[in-house]
Write a protein that binds this ligand. Sequence first.
Ligand SMILES: Cc1cc2nc3c(=O)[nH]c(=O)nc-3n(C[C@H](O)[C@H](O)[C@H](O)COP(=O)(O)OP(=O)(O)OC[C@H]3O[C@@H](n4cnc5c(N)ncnc54)[C@H](O)[C@@H]3O)c2cc1C
Length: 288
Amino acid sequence: MQPASWAEALAMKADNPEALPIAGGTDVMVEINFDRARPAAIIDLTRIADLTEWGTEGGLLRIGAGVTYTRLIDELGDRLPGLAMASRTVGSPQIRNRGTVGGNLGSASPAGDAHPPLLASNALVELASTSGSRRVPAREFYIGPKRNAMRKDELIAAFLVEPAKGPQQFSKVGTRNAMVIAVCSLAIALDAERHRVGIGIGSAAPTPVRAGEAETFMEAVLDEGGLWERPAALAPSALARFGELVAAAARPIDDVRGTAAYRLHALAVLARRSFSWAWDEYRRAASA
Ligand SMILES: Cc1cc2nc3c(=O)[nH]c(=O)nc-3n(C[C@H](O)[C@H](O)[C@H](O)COP(=O)(O)OP(=O)(O)OC[C@H]3O[C@@H](n4cnc5c(N)ncnc54)[C@H](O)[C@@H]3O)c2cc1C
């Protein structure tokens, strides 16, 4: 099915709840080529202009589900640096030219690279059907391994996220430097206005997850030390504890890409390093 408008796409999905949407096809076509899926019907979303648009809504950016990684990097990298860093690690130029965040959300793989930055910056996922639309916080969107909160009659319209209010980072461990599925990954978003720390973890639990205790711990370190106002170097012991708490938020498994023990170790290292990079950036900006 090839709907030409969003309304038509929603009507087709309502009439054919089993039909599989396709955007960039970089997940769907792999499933079909390996004969892991034989969808009876496919809804091609690539002709729907609405899905490829982005704009502002209140203080938020609303980004159509069909915006590719390449466009996110080029057009929104200054406002969403964490998501842009993650997007740069996705596949190859060809995959980034086709692949979309909407497709990453649709697949909801625990290893999807868009998820940690969306979690860290409290993004919302906008789902739509013929009966209306709803916005689900990213932290409630991932409900199990490769399962998300989308109902069968719904499509992903967009995601909404605040432009960065402070430094952001994304780090990913893989078995090589490009074209690699994350062994584990981590995103950090500092909100210097609200004094908040957001952490998203990928590929280390049945779903992408936040690291709530690590966030609260680091917020207290920064607040109690008056560090947002007078940014100083962080005590190594605080960074070490932060790393432990990030690792404690994960529930990794042993699989072909890595062991659970390695993932826990790597997450603690990623957490310490990425936080140091983000904090150094904050300090540099404060002293400029
Ligand atoms: C060689 C290669 C390398 C890759 N490397 C990476 C990587 O490094 N990191 C990473 O995260 N991923 C990677 N991927 C996976 C893939 O590129 C991403 O998951 C990408 O974001 C999928 O987007 P898409 O638009 O191609 O989705 P599609 O394949 O079109 O769709 C994916 C899923 O989302 C659903 N869907 C798509 N759009 C919508 C919508 N608007 N509403 C509802 N459902 C929708 C589809 O039905 C399907 O279930 C790689 C894939 C390949 C083939």
